[in-house]
Design a protein around this ligand. Sequence first.
Ligand code: ADP
Length: 433
Amino acid sequence: MQIGVIADDFTGATDIAGFLVANGLATTQMIGVPDADARVAGEAVVISLKSRSNPADEAVADSLAALTWLRARGCKQIFQKYCSTFDSTAHGNIGPVADALLDALDSDLTVVCPSLPVNGRTVYNGYLFVNGVLLEDSGMRDHPITPMRDSSLVRLMEGQSRGACGVVPVETVEQGVDAVRAAIAAARGAGKRYVVLDAITDAHIDVLGQAVRDMALVTGGSGLAAGIARALCAPAQAGTSDAAAAGQPLAGRGVVLAGSCSQMTRQQVAAYRKIAPALAVDPARCVAEAEAYGAELAEWVLAQPAGADMPAPLVYATADPDAVRKVHDRFGAAASEAVETSFATIAARLADAGITRFVVAGGETSGSVVKALGLSGFAIGPQIAPGVPWVRAINKPYSLALKSGNFGAEDFFLDCQPLEVRAAFKEPQEAHS
Ligand code: ADP
């Protein structure tokens, strides 16, 4: 096993797994720390935890349990994965987990690299940007759980960890692999425990991937993982790798379940409603009778016309911020949970009725659906959009596309449909993409 990843949330785990596969490493994703005797295939394994915003001591304990499991599989490198927007509070959990992993691995230094240029996340002089705007001025400023009010990765890391933090600036990255390795060695010599790696382009990411491919522990987002995967896969293999084979989507009936209210999901729902049968979820009914209502919604899905050339029906709770606020004013936070319960019920019912392809929008919603279906892990398949691969359950006959709110382009739900449907509904020049 080349790489063992410890990811701090569920869709973040799917995101990095997708990038590893797309860059040549066959990858399995496990939900939570697996049993000691669980067997996995592939060259990389990603363990998804829920450790982004729980108390730091719990996040550390879960991460160390994951580390123990990964080391028992002989992983050559451990990758601590967090969001490319460095989602964390003043106290963690990125820093405390990194500290604990360094200690457990008997290492004295690791790198910090959330850069993901393909999704607009870049690092310059140790500052994190989102689509060209400082992190603290991006939408992350007002995130409900992890509001990011500082963009300096050095300050963020030093604030929540036990070590001093340096930077490898982009000028050094442009000088190539040896220069980056020398800069990391110099930081170590200067007593740094962490080094932020600048990267603005994928070319920078490639240099960094090669520079850190042999480190015992690295930390970062999916961009660095892609760079490391490219460094590990021999160039001769590029383009011929069958890394995604085990995760190719199954044939069969599908459904689209949208529980995210993020801006991109709202656009995706609006676009897909034009071509597929669609039903809006009433949150009030979820609160009143989450499971009975979920069963009713599942019956509606099953009553829709099915066939290889039919777009899968859409059930959506997706609403604009005003509507969501009204629901929360009326029912409190319990409303969101009730909506998730209804989606979980729909998914379980549909699985029993023979639906094999589940497209789910929303990080929490995806977590609820995966739990309801009783899935323990996935083989990762081809990417549908950056950060969103098809995944195939390893213990049940289901394929899933699990998308966190803002991922994917407007046509994402159509992109998840069988080729015949895409060919019928996409603009002619896009039909084969
Ligand atoms: P995202 O990835 O966009 O954050 P999540 O699924 O993680 O999406 O979170 C969305 C949350 O909002 C879920 O708990 C979901 O049940 C809830 N929700 C969805 N639609 C509504 C709605 N119309 N009113 C209130 N809550 C909703």
